[in-house]
Design a protein around this ligand. Structure first.
Ligand code: MRU
Length: 373
């Protein structure tokens, strides 16, 4: 049981206050703060400014966020034009994770047939809760399906030798609600007594690995080491990485993977060193409309996220400091695309498949398209 178990989800609905509550992930690991989201503008800010982040959590926040459109002004809850334009605004909060539009659209489809404001609000919450619970279950299954990969390596190495897993960014429970995607097989293996050790890429510029993945693993007692983003290739060359598992924000039907900037370089290094590179994802992260990863919109974020770093000083005061010269420009593409040919396989709620359209669609036949598969 995690020592952070009193907070076991990064988002929840407070029935008494009638509002959404989220862990403000910008403050972790040095501060634990909860934010209250009462209007759609609060929800959009929370997604854009990354109080909440990670594809499945962004999807869940979008789904639950529809509630704020209906409940903050009940007199407009039956105004379909207003509802549609507010849903569009919500979907535009961040561009890369496909889960956001998926979550908002699924809830909007459940809401629109209802004929009273109260029924719309009820339908909205019911659907959002259903989505959240099904994402939790999907992540649990990803853990079960992925554990075998770790178990097999452990058998080959012998149980005294840890299985070294490298991960990038945070694809843990903070990104997902529970278990995580990339971390779910690790937690499952750890629970089952398998000797594991995780190399945690710090993940500049916002350090989701160093701040969030390390916080989660530490809370659960999983052995781990934070490394610079540039250390992975070296560790792989020296047989210190057995397996790479990452998450994704959007994966095309042909298996191209958009994930946190730097993922592509890890995949290249893994291929050069013959190390398996797996991507863990729930089906909500597949974009069934897109084949070519180069069509995925890549978010450009503020250069200030590159220029400044935040941490605590010796007095435990949170401090933000400038790194490059004041007048040096910076660029901040937030994601990159790893082509399918560099991916060993996908770990999904339905099982593991190869990274090609035929294999993906065999696991998810409801998305088969006769013209292409
Ligand atoms: O910018 P972020 O922190 O939202 O990026 C998150 C990632 O890149 C994760 O790896 C991805 O969303 C998968 S989360 C299970």
């Amino acid at each position: 049981m995690s020592k952070h178990s009193r907070v076991n989800r990064p988002i929840w609905f407070d029935e008494n206050a009638g509002c959404i509550k989220v862990i403000d992930q910008r403050r972790l690991p040095h501060r634990f703060e909860v934010a209250q989201l009462e209007t759609v503008d609060h929800v959009i800010t929370a997604i854009r400014e990354m109080f909440v982040r990670g594809a499945p959590l962004i999807g869940a926040t979008g789904a639950l966020g529809v509630y704020t459109i209906l409940a903050s002004d009940r007199s407009r809850a039956m105004d379909d034009g207003h509802f549609g334009s507010e849903c569009r605004r919500l979907k535009e909060a961040r561009p890369t994770a496909v889960n956001l539009a998926w979550g908002v659209d699924a809830v909007a489809d459940a809401v629109l047939p209802e004929k009273t404001a109260s029924d719309r609000i009820r339908a909205c919450l019911d659907k959002a809760f259903e989505i959240i619970e099904s994402e939790v279950e999907n992540c649990r299954r990803i853990g079960e399906n992925g554990m075998g990969l770790i178990e097999k390596i452990s058998r080959e190495k012998g149980k005294n030798e840890p299985v070294n897993i490298l991960t990038h960014c945070n694809a843990g429970r903070l990104a997902c609600i529970e278990y995580g995607t990339a971390t779910a097989p690790v937690y499952k293996a750890f629970e089952n007594g398998i000797n594991v050790h995780v190399w945690v890429d710090e993940t500049r510029p916002l350090n989701q690995g160093a701040r969030l993945t390390a916080w989660e693993l530490s809370g659960s007692g999983v052995p781990h080491t934070v490394i610079t983003d540039n250390a992975g290739g070296h560790l792989m060359q020296h047989s210190m990485v057995d397996l790479v598992i990452v998450g994704t924000d959007r994966t095309t039907r042909a298996g191209d993977v958009a994930n946190k900037i730097g993922t592509y370089l890890k995949a290249l290094a893994a291929r050069d060193n013959n190390i398996p590179f797996y991507v863990a994802l729930p089906s909500s992260t597949f974009d069934w409309q897109v084949k070519d990863g180069m069509e995925i919109p890549i978010e450009e974020r503020s250069p200030d996220e590159v220029r400044f770093v935040t941490g605590v000083d010796r007095d435990d005061t949170v401090t933000r400091v400038l790194v490059p010269p004041q007048d040096s420009p910076a660029a901040n593409p937030a994601f990159d695309v790893t082509p399918a040919h560099l991916v060993t396989g996908f770990i999904t709620e339905r099982g593991i498949c190869d990274a090609n359209e035929q294999a993906i669609v065999s696991l998810f036949p409801e998305n088969r398209r006769d013209d292409v598969s």
